[in-house]
Design a protein around this ligand. Structure first.
Ligand SMILES: [Zn+2]
Length: 65
């Protein structure tokens, strides 16, 4: 069986977090909230808008009408 659950769990976690950091660094930074867009983002006239902010924007027309 696997030796996944060992005394090296701390090392596993460190590796996991490093991997997450590396993934984040490959993602663009949202021009609206300044966070890294993680799964998907939109390029609106050269501005990067993350999925989360885009959800917010989508609500506006409903509020206005
Ligand atoms: Zn954003």
């Amino acid at each position: 069986m696997s030796t996944y659950y060992t005394a090296d769990l701390r090392a596993d976690i460190d590796n996991y977090l490093d991997d997450q950091d590396a993934k984040l660094k490959n993602c663009p930074v949202c021009d609206d909230c300044g966070e890294h867009a993680q799964e998907s983002w939109y390029d609106i006239s050269g501005r990067i808008i993350c999925d989360k902010c885009m959800e917010e924007y989508r609500r506006w027309p409903d509020d206005i009408c």
